[in-house]
Design a protein around this ligand. Sequence first.
Ligand SMILES: Cc1ncc(COP(=O)(O)O)c(C=O)c1O
Length: 471
Amino acid sequence: MSFDLKELMEQRRGENFQLHARYLNPQLAKVVKTLGFDRFYQRGEGCYLYDYDGKRYLDLLSGFGVFALGRSHPAIKDALRQAIEADLPNMIQMDCALLPGLLAEQLVRRSPSNIERVVFANSGAEAVEAAIKFARMKTGRSRILYHSHAFHGLTVGALSLNGSAEFKSGFGPLLPGATQIPFGDLDELKKELTKGDVAAFIVEPIQGKGVYELSGERWREIEAAVHEAGALFVCDEVQTGLGRTGRFYAFEHYGLAPDIITVSKALSGGFVPVGAMLTSDTIARSVYSSMDRAMVHSTTFKGNQLAMVAGLATLQVFDDEGIVSHAAAMGEVWKARLSELAGRHEFIHDVRGEGQMIGLEFGRPTSFGARRRWSMVESARKALFSQTLVVPLFHRYGVLTQVAADNVNIIKLLPPLIAAEEEIEYFCHALDELLSDAERNSGWLVEFGLTMAKGVLKKTRTPSDATSRTA
Ligand SMILES: Cc1ncc(COP(=O)(O)O)c(C=O)c1O
């Protein structure tokens, strides 16, 4: 009997959570259920997910930034169909295939002039691992610096550069000499750099965890200090790259010229995992320095044809549909609409981010009733308020969002880059109603409490810890 995907999925429909609990990660199954996010999705299209009951969900997570072009973009589907139909000679290994060359050419063309070489990988973390290795080889030094709150992936090297202790706990010892720099702290950075053993400082130009930003001036001081010390400046654009912030790379906002760039997520077209590390010819040559070193850094699936096709088709859609300038324009709409809400809702303390990467920070209100409700929520657990919004946003309005990091009241919005005024308006309307409820009475809290009524709040860790512990 031949494989029939539709029939298989129909036969086993509804077993999702049992299967995950039995064979994958039972804790994740529990978290999703406890938050009441346990839905049976049937399909995804554009900015929306649809469940088997026909309910529509606005996806403001976009798979942590993967679905830049939305889900199921017809051009990417068509490109992948073409690739499969063509019986491409994939991963011959002792070969130099055309498609990786073409995708590398496209990426280099969109990068600053010092970027001349591409090393493909399968994920963001793997691209970061490559950056660590190339920086060490080029400089002959071992230490890597990273920012507080940084997130660069969860493989051992990338994990060593993670700014949250919770991720690292129990997995050590990690990379020796990896050192955390308080976000934007130039003096601390210089102190570490003067030790003379730093290979690289890796940064997210806009931080994923909490959507924290620095001024262009501070970034340029940081870059200059790193170069002055003979170290490499690495911009991790796995999340911010490919138009997310309204520029092709987020570092363009600040006029930076990194030695190494990492990309991943959006390059996949939402279909085929891929990552890439981009760098200069000199840095690349320090690793691939002779014929017998041609494979010293490599991976079996590098240049996998389907990933290359997805990447090439994605970049073409970027050009055809003006994705980057659309993301920039929508960033202005987000800021205008959310600032207007911030003017009316005292719970909103900050609106930040660029393009389609937005952080909404909530804080203690001043008026008596609202302040009382805030204290009630926050005394149950620090930074719970934002979770009390994320849950009803999903249940009441079908909007998928996330808390941006542990112990902070920040909701992060990471919509598909194609999201337009309609989606922004829908979200703002939902948030407006919820915050009005929270200011007037406790209905929203009862709604949240009912969802969480399984006693989770009594445990030391709540699901918000786990859901925020992702990109
Ligand atoms: C800035 C950044 N770097 C690296 C990674 C790791 O990517 P991956 O999850 O594909 O390993 C992420 C993932 O969210 C990220 O946001």
